[in-house]
Design a protein around this ligand. Structure first.
Ligand code: KIV
Ligand code: ZN
Length: 518
């Protein structure tokens, strides 16, 4: 079916807001800018860049993304609180096209237990806050939080009030991931039929994955008349996550015969986006994840392999190259120059600033000296590590570890704290413990280690180690990743990265769930 006969659906990516809200997934400003740039390039229509009232860091990220993005509409989230709406309006002011996205709960359980408000009071809040947002900007989205557990009659009155006050998009989220597809589709059909001014707004789906139905529900909502889909790369999001952007884009494309919709997203960027978001959020992608998992296009069984050799379509409904999967290629060796390295980065989809490029090139040369074969995966791990380090205020500079059977193991570590170098020695129960103790000696903290995991980026004993560390401090969680051929250097980087992210998380003064309305 040709795209011209398709209805256009708008892709609204909330990786940087709902995705980043998931425990442990905090991103630095530099990381958010990288993700936003890729989303903008790949054709995402709307990027929800953050929750500007939450912290100065969130505000800065939304404003900077608004200033830089070339194509996408940039949205900032606001609770139904006057100060939130003003702050979101200020953050998106410099966007070519900005949007304020404001929300309030509508379900009886939220009204009674969380907000302590009556239905009429909430209706008044909707009118007042949507009108305030509309006075600041023409593009206003209103969301009925917990819409799927709201009686349809009351939900209809809320939607009508929001549209009358100036909302141009109406989002009906399945906030707790409770709905099933038929029910979700019917909700859109009923609201569109019942609400007299429903033709004045675009309807939007926003589904959480608690029952594993987020993508199915999103597509069902579209068949019910919604034309905006809110989703995240890798399905990143609180609890079981949000609907996965890559799955939605490929479902619509692959089954266009029964889902006759079109999106502007170019699927060739999906693998790259998945890798970037996994790197900056430190959330690994499960091997069997649809579209972007390591095994998504791997055929192991004899019968499948035989069929694939005869005709790929016997078992393959999508081609790996459609989503940007490349055959693994041997890159360069120690004789490769700056130019070849730059070309390789462009091929892999990276556009580094001058400083980051110089540093990445220096590390590439170092790696090529230590490692016989340098693969694309090595370059990706190195560059993603570099992107993370760029945004951090505290960095690992040098590490020497004395390990072996003799004990106690000793680490001598130098770190850069806001431009000042500090060196400390520490011992520990093993080299990793000694390294982490040295970090603690330089940067004292109360955080406890919840997870320490090492993976090899490629095969062979000279492979780079990719280390993930998860830390917890007073209920706040942050994960960090580090890559190096030296597992202990990678471990130190991962730990320091998690500490940097914990610092970002503790700057947040409000969370989306803290106070639902004034
Ligand atoms: O899940 C939800 O209801 C949300 C709203 C803030 C839109 O994320
Ligand atoms: Zn959500």
């Amino acid at each position: 079916m040709s795209a011209a006969s398709n209805d256009q659906v708008v892709i609204f990516d909330t990786t940087l807001r709902d995705g980043e809200q998931s425990p442990g997934a905090s991103m630095t400003l530099e990381e958010k800018l990288q993700v936003a740039e890729l989303l903008d390039t790949m054709g995402v229509d709307i990027i929800e860049a953050g929750f500007p009232i939450a912290s100065n860091g969130d505000f800065e990220a939304v404003s900077e993304i608004a200033r830089r993005s070339k194509n996408a509409v940039i949205a900032g989230l606001a609770r139904a609180i006057s100060a939130d709406i003003d702050r979101a309006g200020e953050a998106v002011r410099n966007a070519e096209r900005g949007r304020i996205h404001t929300f309030v709960s509508t379900s009886p359980i939220h009204l009674q237990h969380q907000m302590n408000k009556t239905e009429d009071e909430v209706l008044e809040i909707i009118q007042r806050t949507v009108a305030q947002a509309r006075n600041l900007i023409d593009d206003v989205e209103w969301s009925a939080m917990d819409a799927t557990r709201t009686p349809i009659e009351y939900l209809s009155r809320c939607v009508e009030a929001a549209i009358a006050a100036g909302a141009t998009t109406i989002n009906l989220p399945d906030t707790v991931g409770y709905a099933v597809p038929q029910e979700y589709r019917e909700m859109f059909e009923q609201i569109r039929a019942n609400v007299p001014n429903s033709d004045k707004a675009v309807f939007s789906v926003h589904c959480h994955n608690d029952l594993g139905l987020a993508v199915a529900n999103s597509l069902a909502g579209v068949t019910g008349g919604a034309r905006q889909i809110e989703c995240t790369i890798n399905g990143l999001g609180e609890r079981a996550g949000n609907a996965a952007l890559e799955e939605i884009v490929m479902a619509v494309r692959t089954r266009n015969d029964i889902l006759p919709y079109a999106s502007k997203v170019d699927p060739v960027y999906l693998t790259r986006a998945s890798k970037l978001v996994s790197a900056v959020s430190s959330f690994p992608v499960q091997y069997n994840k649809a579209i972007v998992g390591k095994n998504a296009f791997a055929h192991e069984s004899g019968i499948h392999q035989d069929g694939m050799l005869k005709n790929a379509e016997t078992y393959e409904i999508m081609r790996p190259e459609d989503v940007g999967v490349r055959a693994t290629s041997l890159v360069m060796g120690k004789h490769s120059g700056r130019h070849a390295f730059k070309d390789k980065l462009v091929e892999l989809g990276y556009d580094l600033g001058d400083n980051a490029f110089q540093e990445a090139f220096r590390r590439f040369k170092e790696l090529a000296d230590r490692k016989k074969n340098v693969y694309d995966e090595d370059i990706e791990a190195l560059v993603e590590d570099e992107i993370t380090i760029q945004g951090e205020t505290v960095k690992v500079i040098a590490l020497t570890v004395i390990a072996g059977t003799g004990g106690p193991q000793k680490a001598i570590l130098t770190m850069d704290i806001d431009g000042r170098h500090e060196t400390r020695e520490a011992t520990g129960d093993g080299p990793v413990d000694a390294t982490f103790n040295a970090i603690k000696a330089i940067w004292p903290h109360e955080a406890t280690l919840q997870l320490y995991q090492v993976n090899a980026v490629t095969e062979g004993t000279d492979a780079q180690a990719e280390v993930s560390v998860r830390l917890e401090d007073s209920g706040k969680i942050a994960t960090g990743k580090g890559a190096d051929t030296d597992t202990l250097v990678a471990s130190a980087r991962a730990y320091v990265s998690a500490l940097n992210k914990l610092a970002i998380r503790s700057q947040r003064i409000v969370n989306v769930d803290d106070a639902i309305a004034s």
